[in-house]
Design a protein around this ligand. Structure first.
Ligand SMILES: Nc1nc2c(ncn2[C@@H]2O[C@H](COP(=O)(O)OP(=O)(O)OP(=O)(O)O)[C@@H](O)[C@H]2O)c(=O)[nH]1
Ligand SMILES: [Zn+2]
Length: 210
């Protein structure tokens, strides 16, 4: 596999602040929230260090793509909200980093995602809807995720995901990924078609059959 040329520009940690967090299950923890300068796409991504993340031998890392409807409003059309809270808990136990990526709608933005939802209500699946709007199935580039990890001095990780593309891209950008740990499967009547489409089209690997 080709490892891409490292960028010459230096990624710097701009600010680090401690934030008390409480998950939906009531677990309390402290997150060290980092901001950066110099990230390749210029977006305001965050790295949230949890547990003993800087000393962990195999830090657990999740790349979590922003989902306002799921993360903030609790929408059940997707599984993002429960995945976010599960990730905070699992990462804080082991020590690791949650990378909160400003890649709403798999990178197409919030309004376009809501247009895609409207198309899904007409019968298209999540990927067909993207194509109807002339976007790729998935527009996300995880180079800034690798850049944030490097800036934190974290280069060897386990990745918490069901999405093999996250592992492929992190490796391409110079991060050593020991392995992939599956997230829970948060299936409901509302998100079944969405999860089935991900398994069918982008080879998401769920821990249970759906
Ligand atoms: N374009 C589009 N984006 C969606 C849709 N549903 C959720 N998303 C976005 O998809 C992103 C979350 O990605 P997921 O596919 O759930 O997860 P993943 O990152 O691919 O894989 P995991 O690590 O296994 O969770 C968020 O940015 C959501 O806003 C949809 O129907 N259309
Ligand atoms: Zn979501």
């Amino acid at each position: 596999m080709k490892v891409q040329q490292r960028s010459r520009e230096k990624i710097l940690i701009r600010t680090k602040i401690r934030v008390p967090l409480i998950t939906s299950a009531g677990r309390e923890m402290t997150g060290e929230v980092h901001t950066f300068s110099g990230l390749s796409d210029g977006l305001e991504h965050l790295a949230i260090g949890l547990g003993n993340y800087s000393a962990a031998t195999r830090p657990l890392v999740r790349i979590h793509s922003e989902c306002l409807t799921g993360d903030v409003l609790g929408s059940a059309r997707c599984d993002c909200g429960p995945q976010l809270h599960e990730s905070l808990e699992r990462i804080s136990e082991r020590g690791g980093v949650l990378l909160y990526m400003r890649q709403e709608g798999r990178g197409i933005g919030l309004y376009n995602k809501l247009d895609a939802y409207a198309l899904q209500d007409l019968g298209y699946d999540t990927f067909e809807a993207n194509r109807q709007l002339e976007f790729a199935d998935d527009e996300r580039d995880y180079r800034p995720a690798a850049q944030m990890l490097e800036a934190l001095g974290i280069t060897h990780v386990d990745v918490l995901t069901n999405n093999p593309d996250k592992v492929v891209q992190l490796r391409r950008h110079g991060i050593h990924v020991y392995g992939m740990e599956r997230t829970g499967v948060f299936l409901s009547a509302h998100n079944r078609r969405y999860l089935e489409a991900k398994v069918r089209t982008t080879r998401h690997e769920l821990a249970v059959r759906i």
